[in-house]
Design a protein around this ligand. Structure first.
Ligand SMILES: Nc1ncnc2c1ncn2[C@@H]1O[C@H](COP(=O)(O)OP(=O)(O)OP(=O)(O)O)[C@@H](O)[C@H]1O
Length: 237
């Protein structure tokens, strides 16, 4: 399996605070990798570095062997890094379909093509029947899936998903898990920040654990869940 994303010795400082401390890990093509760790561990900061919202203070980030660190978010999106946000940034008064069209229009200026692509993606995430509803009237779970559809409209090679399962009931977590598996089924790699461990552990190929900015474990879900440092980090939370 070839490497798609490579994070090499990334450090991100905010003044004196080291949010990511010499972190290295990789995401293989078609892999689901979970990025977990207690609150404040540096997960969102790492996402922001990979997606171009922050330039790392030190270190390198490569996609398909090409350096992407320091590129602005729109360039990262163009080279194949898609993302969803922790707080879904839905355009609430626009319909679900129009929200996804916003993504699709970045690739095609033709509204008919963008609409048909948006409908295809709404079907993919199980929201086709809500296409004409104002996005703000959808449930939290549906809005998260809408955000995923919007990110997919940009045809990412790698999709970064920030807490798509938080606050969902068990049925909704299963629906979110199914969408992640379908995304991988399309050959798209997924890097997922998640506190809902029962959602991510069964489907991740690998889990990377951060604590106080440092990587403390990296392995299969079975390996990391038995790792003493991981257990201590979570018990200490
Ligand atoms: N823009 C910023 N400016 C200053 N400090 C920041 C900034 N963003 C994050 N931090 C700090 O960096 C550290 C890591 O935060 P980050 O949000 O990456 O953690 P996290 O693992 O995503 O946490 P959570 O699970 O609570 O979302 C925290 O101490 C946080 O206060």
């Amino acid at each position: 399996m070839s490497t798609l994303l490579e994070v090499k010795n990334v450090t991100k400082r905010f003044g004196g605070l080291v949010a990511n401390d010499d972190v290295s890990f990789s995401v293989g093509r078609g892999q689901i990798v979970g990025l977990i760790g207690p609150n404040g561990a540096g997960k969102t900061t790492m996402f922001n570095c990979v997606a171009g919202y922050f330039a790392p203070t030190q270190g390198e980030i490569l996609l398909d062997g090409q350096a992407v660190h320091g590129l602005p978010p729109e360039r990262c999106a163009q080279v194949g890094i898609g993302r969803t946000f922790q707080v879904a940034r839905t355009f609430t008064s626009m319909t679900a379909c129009e929200n996804v069209m916003v993504g699709a229009l970045m690739l095609s200026r033709n509204t008919a093509i963008a609409r048909s692509k948006a409908m295809e993606l709404l079907e993919f995430v199980g929201l086709a029947r809500h296409a004409d509803r104002a996005a703000g009237t959808l449930t939290v779970s549906e809005q998260r899936r809408l955000a995923v559809a919007r990110a997919l409209a940009l045809k990412p090679k790698l999709l970064l998903m920030d807490e798509v399962m938080a606050g969902l009931n068990p049925t909704e977590v299963r629906e979110a898990v199914d969408v992640v598996l379908k995304i991988r089924g399309q050959g798209i790699s997924c890097l997922i920040v998640e506190h809902v461990l029962e959602g991510i552990m069964p489907i991740a190929d690998r889990i990377v654990v951060l604590d106080y900015g440092k990587k403390i474990a990296d392995g299969t879900p079975a390996q990391v869940s038995q790792d003493e440092r991981v257990i201590a980090a979570y018990l200490g939370e």
